[in-house]
Design a protein around this ligand. Structure first.
Ligand code: FAD
Length: 387
């Protein structure tokens, strides 16, 4: 089988790229190892959700998948309140002050992937191999040849690794990876609270790590609680009553008591950055290229920006779309933004994790000053939203 592009990984980032390329008339093969379970609105919210920025929403509209997301479920949030547990510094963002209907949407990862896979299935230009996986590949001057676990062989001008943090494409290509173990875990679950969340994303920074409550459409909240790995394991082991008590206290009762909690899980947090993102006829996007601390919920938003940029470079290319010129232009356009965001998250993590008094004063004063500086504050918000 002959394609323009083979994409290993049909997660949120790989599927976005496939839709953008397929709509531009490129012949694309998407390899996805797992078929996501079907969605029913009667089901409780999934554990894994993402805060989707306006820029990512626009990309999903362009990819032809946002309608499918909205038709399933997406929870807009209108405000964000961030505060420091060690002082009285806080910052508040409101979509109305920005003249926007919302600051973004909280969406289940599976909902985004299902909507994108529906679009892929409707495109004549894209073939989905699912469940199937990339087993190996070879590259020469003219083409890349991918072998699938099913034994099929596919040819293309370019192979894209969108296969997540443990990327097989990255490993097979021998691309180096810089890693940083934060020694922390992100504990996630869906909870009910005594008080309404007011369509607001709440985030409290504690020396042990941030705790975020992300508002969901049915009044519940999806939480991401960053903790030292051993404390996260201890929290997972608590019974429901004790866990709700600890969580209510950790959010400083901002939404009253946490009254119920669903299934809990914790993910080890590790920063990664591939060096480089590209090799002969190979490019990495999304978590295959970089993973960052989830404290500002930017991981998939960066990945979708990678997909948009690579699709743009491929669409503009004359001739060979897997050429070094096309791939270098992609890497040049994306590396800076990804590195900057990764470093900024690291800076926030260190700043808010520091218990020394001068740092406490600095961050609390800083938060309160920025909160009063309308212009700077809203420039920051617009940048995070991608508008
Ligand atoms: C606790 C936590 C909270 C987070 N919250 C947010 C948030 O609020 N906002 C945000 O933007 N980001 C968030 N992130 C980050 C976000 O989840 C990731 O950045 C995002 O899932 C990356 O998408 P991806 O498509 O690159 O990779 P993945 O989601 O990992 O998808 C990779 C896909 O490739 C498939 N695959 C793997 N190997 C192969 C193979 N060999 N062949 C074929 N298919 C293969 C997999 O089955 C999978 O479907 C969070 C992360 C964590 C840990």
């Amino acid at each position: 089988m002959q394609y323009d592009v083979i994409i290993a990984g049909g997660g949120m980032v790989g599927s976005t790229l496939a839709c953008l390329l397929g709509q531009a008339g490129k012949r694309v093969a998407v390899l996805e190892a797992y078929e996501p379970p079907a969605f029913s609105p009667a089901e409780p919210y999934d554990l894994r959700v993402s805060a989707i920025s306006r820029a990512s929403q626009r990309a999903l509209v362009e990819a032809g998948a946002w309608e499918g997301v909205a038709a399933r479920r997406a929870s807009p949030y209108e405000a964000m309140f961030v505060w420091d547990a060690t002082g009285d510094g806080s910052i508040h963002f409101d979509s109305a002050e920005l003249g926007e209907p919302d600051l973004g949407h909280i969406v289940e990862n599976r909902v985004i992937q299902l909507a994108l896979l529906d679009t892929i299935r409707a495109l004549d230009t894209v073939d989905l191999y699912c469940p199937d996986a990339l087993a190996d590949f070879t590259v020469d001057e003219e083409k890349v040849v991918a072998t699938l676990q099913s034994g099929q062989t596919l040819h293309a001008q370019l192979l894209v690794g969108a296969d997540g943090a443990q990327s097989r494409v990255r490993q097979l290509a021998g691309i180096a990876l810089e890693t940083h173990d934060y020694g922390q875990k992100g504990l996630v679950c869906v909870v009910q609270t005594a008080q309404a969340h007011q369509a607001t994303a709440w985030q409290r920074f504690m020396p042990s790590g941030p705790l975020a409550f992300l508002p969901l459409g049915d009044g519940s909240s999806s939480i991401v609680w960053t903790l030292p790995a051993d404390r996260a394991d201890a929290m997972l082991a608590l019974d429901e009553t004790a866990f709700c008590r600890e969580l209510s206290r950790a959010l400083d009762y901002r939404l009253g008591e946490v009254t119920a909690v669903g299934e809990r899980a914790a993910f080890s947090l590790r920063g990664r950055h591939a060096e480089p993102y590209i090799q002969q006829r190979v490019a990495l996007v999304g978590d295959a290229a970089h993973t960052i601390h989830p404290l500002a919920g930017q991981g998939v938003n960066l990945g979708i920006k990678d997909a948009v940029e690579l699709a743009a470079q491929i669409r503009q290319a004359h001739g060979d779309i897997g050429s070094a010129k096309v791939l270098r232009a992609y890497e040049r356009a994306r590396r800076g933004d990804n590195v900057l965001t990764q470093k900024a998250m690291e800076g926030f993590r260190l700043l808010f994790g520091n218990t020394l008094t001068p740092w406490k004063i600095l961050r609390n004063t800083g938060l309160s000053i920025v909160d009063r500086m309308g212009f700077i504050k809203y420039e920051m918000a617009k940048r995070a939203m991608g508008i």
